[in-house]
Unconditional design. Structure first.
Length: 197
């Protein structure tokens, strides 16, 4: 299997961490989405990453890939009990939602002329981020023996905050800011993947 990814993509990071954790052999293939290479467009009509290529075709969108990895691993990525699985899926949805807001901010600043940047839009997205980060700081997930999809989404979200919003989010959120250290003790490849990104 191959994973089409970009190093700065938090959704790619989530999937790459989960695959390593599950010990599923996937070759990472770096792509430039702006160049719209055929290998990407032919396998995801949206031209977005990550995309997982396997013998049966392609799987795209990080959530769909995560559920595919869960099935391939025999159900090792999400809890078996319905209530616990729902918790993990909600955590993943919240963290992916924060990441959506962060990317909206980055793209607004990066791709629009400075005089056309819509600050009210940026402020609205940042308010959503602040509410979610405060919630996560007060309601950190348990990090027990087994990690799940929600944990990897949280790690990817924090990694992206550190990459693009360093110095803007951690003050007053010590529990959340310290969480990656706890996560890294459960997932040894975390530091290796972060430095390779």
């Amino acid at each position: 299997m191959e994973l089409l990814y970009a190093p700065a993509s938090p959704y790619s990071a989530k999937v790459r961490m989960a695959a390593r954790y599950l010990d599923i052999g996937i070759t990472d293939v770096r792509v430039d989405t702006n160049a719209e290479p055929a290998t990407l467009i032919d396998n995801n009509p949206l031209g977005k990453i990550p995309v997982l290529l396997h013998e049966g075709g392609s799987v795209y969108d990080s959530v769909a890939i995560m559920h595919y990895l869960d099935r391939v691993s025999g159900g090792k990525l999400y809890p078996k009990k319905h209530a616990k699985r729902t918790e993990a899926e909600i955590l993943e949805a919240l963290c992916d939602g924060v990441t959506d807001c962060l990317l909206a901010i980055v793209y607004e600043k990066r791709f629009r002329p400075e005089e056309k940047v819509h600050q009210e839009w940026i402020d609205k997205q940042w308010r959503k981020v602040v509410k979610a980060l405060d919630y996560l700081n007060d309601n950190l997930p348990k990090t027990g023996k087994k990690l799940n999809g929600g944990h990897f989404a949280l790690a990817a979200m924090i990694g992206y905050l550190d990459l693009r919003f360093s110095g803007q989010w951690a003050d007053g959120r010590k529990r959340l800011a310290d969480w990656p250290e706890k996560f890294g003790k459960k997932f040894k490849q975390y530091t290796e993947l972060k430095s390779a990104a």
